[in-house]
Design a protein around this ligand. Structure first.
Ligand code: PGA
Length: 249
């Protein structure tokens, strides 16, 4: 059995005051008992705040992005070791906003995945198609290309140590969720693709769904065979709503 994991991607939202309330709310709710593994990914500057408030709790934290480089003259970047210094366990890699707005290529995403893993972080690799790619019938080829770029770089064994999030770009922040069956179909495709290289890795691999997950659709999404939890954007900014999603797992 794969454990359900629910990760909150706060994106560029928050403030010290708002985060304190949100983190304390999540911490209290999780302390009451949630079977899913719960992770929050605040903006980097607030990771120390999350680390101090969540220390000793059952909530883990992670980064939203990292540099592929170890250190040096890379103004504005944050390395895997720096995230580890703040006791991050996870880091999101290749989110569609990074790919679309900051030009992250499949190759760069693969390098970041490798850098995260080499440092001991668990990479949460995002893959997913644009609306026009889905409409053109290219969902599987796009997802396969994004996945293969990473597998080719780090090897199939390394995929076992990471997590994948299928996030159809047309469903992110739009209120349009993929139907449970649409999501399941792509999750099953991802698992089959990994199984072609290593069936054991495929069986264990956690594959999350992301894209307008809300308390009222999480139960049916998480009930699908190959959906092992969610990567939550907008709905992760409200403690009660986020906890309701965590309890759906
Ligand atoms: P959303 O974002 O839940 O706001 O659609 C998901 C994501 O971008 O990870």
């Amino acid at each position: 059995m794969r454990q359900t994991l629910v990760a909150g991607n706060w994106k560029m939202n928050g403030s010290l005051d708002a985060n304190r309330q949100l983190l304390n709310g999540i911490k209290a709710g999780v302390a009451e008992g949630v079977s899913a593994k719960v992770v929050v990914c605040p903006p980097a500057i607030y990771i120390p705040q999350a680390a101090s408030l969540l220390n000793g709790s059952h909530v883990s934290w992670g980064g939203q992005n990292l540099s592929q480089e170890k250190s040096g003259a890379f103004t504005g970047e944050i390395s895997a070791d720096m995230l580890l210094d703040q006791q991050c366990e996870y880091v999101i890699v290749g989110h569609s906003e990074r790919r679309a707005l900051y030009g992250e290529s499949d190759e760069l995403v693969a390098q970041k995945y490798g850098a995260a893993q080499a440092a001991g972080l668990i990479p949460l690799l995002c893959v997913g198609e644009l609306l026009e790619e889905r409409e053109a019938g290219n969902t599987e080829s796009v997802v396969a290309r994004q996945l293969d770029a990473v597998i080719d770089k780090v090897g199939i064994a390394a995929i076992a140590e990471g997590i994948i999030a299928y996030e159809p770009v047309w469903a992110i922040g739009t209120g349009k969720t993929a139907s449970p069956q649409q999501a399941q179909d792509v999750h099953a495709f991802i698992r089959r693709r990994v199984a072609e290289k290593d069936a054991g890795v495929a069986e264990k691999l956690q594959i999350l769904y992301g894209g307008s997950v809300k308390p009222d659709n999480a139960v049916e999404l998480f009930a699908m065979t190959d959906i092992d939890g969610g990567l939550i954007g907008g709905a992760s900014l409200d403690a009660e709503g986020f906890l309701a999603i965590c309890r759906a797992g």
